[in-house]
Ligand binder design. Structure first.
Ligand SMILES: O=P(O)(O)OC[C@H]1O[C@H](OP(=O)(O)OP(=O)(O)O)[C@H](O)[C@@H]1O
Ligand SMILES: O=C(O)c1cc(=O)[nH]c(=O)[nH]1
Ligand SMILES: [Mg+2]
Length: 195
């Protein structure tokens, strides 16, 4: 799939949102990719994740385990693993930090790739990779559907993506006036509190 074809999947799913968004990193942006609008359609998810699996195979060769950070990474991780013939597991937040829970294990010598949905600053990916380093397995690298850092995010391992975009994001005290005028919403799950 070309970058435009992947972006068209997001566009036609209604996943390219404009407004004022607080991102996982705490940065603010006028653009948000609501990947769940893509993932609610299994056929669409299959198309983009098959393409991601092809990219992963070209770059890293055979893969035994795909590991993804919850929540956003779970669906694309599973579907990409299906095309790779790999297992799909995920890390989730335990007292704020990513950890493998539910009895998930990675065997010694397993070839592991981390699959994310979206990379903005790379913070979530780095946190996920750090948690994996406490487990057996060889981390080959990382993959995501959309790298919105314009290639600037440094994960400390090679990253392959289907689309690279350079989307503006601002610190809370450096908002352009037109963005500051719109009420902000935070769509992601980091720091989500339950009652
Ligand atoms: O590269 P970063 O700056 O870390 O931003 C990207 C991360 O933000 C989103 O997750 P979020 O924490 O918003 O929660 P979600 O996975 O539940 O959507 C997305 O799924 C990535 O994990
Ligand atoms: O940085 C994020 O939190 C983020 C950006 C984006 O476009 N989509 C998303 O789900 N998360
Ligand atoms: Mg996420």
């Amino acid at each position: 799939m070309t970058q435009n074809e992947v972006l068209e999947e997001f566009r036609s799913a209604g996943a390219l949102l404009e407004g004022h968004f607080i991102l996982s990193s705490g940065l603010h942006s006028p653009v948000f990719l609501q990947k769940m609008f893509v993932f609610q359609d299994p056929a669409r998810t299959e198309r983009v994740c098959r393409a991601l699996a092809d990219r992963i195979r070209e770059k890293f060769g055979a893969v035994d385990y795909v590991v993804s950070p919850a929540v956003g990474g779970i669906v694309p991780g599973y579907e990409t693993a299906r095309h790779l013939g790999a297992k799909a597991i995920f890390v989730e937040r335990e007292n704020g930090a990513f950890a493998l829970r539910r009895g998930f294990t990675i065997p010694e010598g397993a070839r592991v790739v981390m699959v994310e949905d979206i990379v903005t600053t790379g913070l979530s990916s780095r946190e996920c990779l750090a948690s994996l380093r406490e487990h057996p397995g060889t981390i080959l690298g990382a993959a995501c559907l959309i790298d919105r850092s314009g290639g600037k995010a440094d994960l400390g391992v090679p990253l392959v993506s289907l689309v690279q975009l350079d989307i503006p994001a601002y610190a809370a005290d450096q908002l352009p006036p037109d963005l500051a005028a719109i009420p902000a919403i935070k769509p992601g799950s980091r720091d989500l509190k339950s009652k």
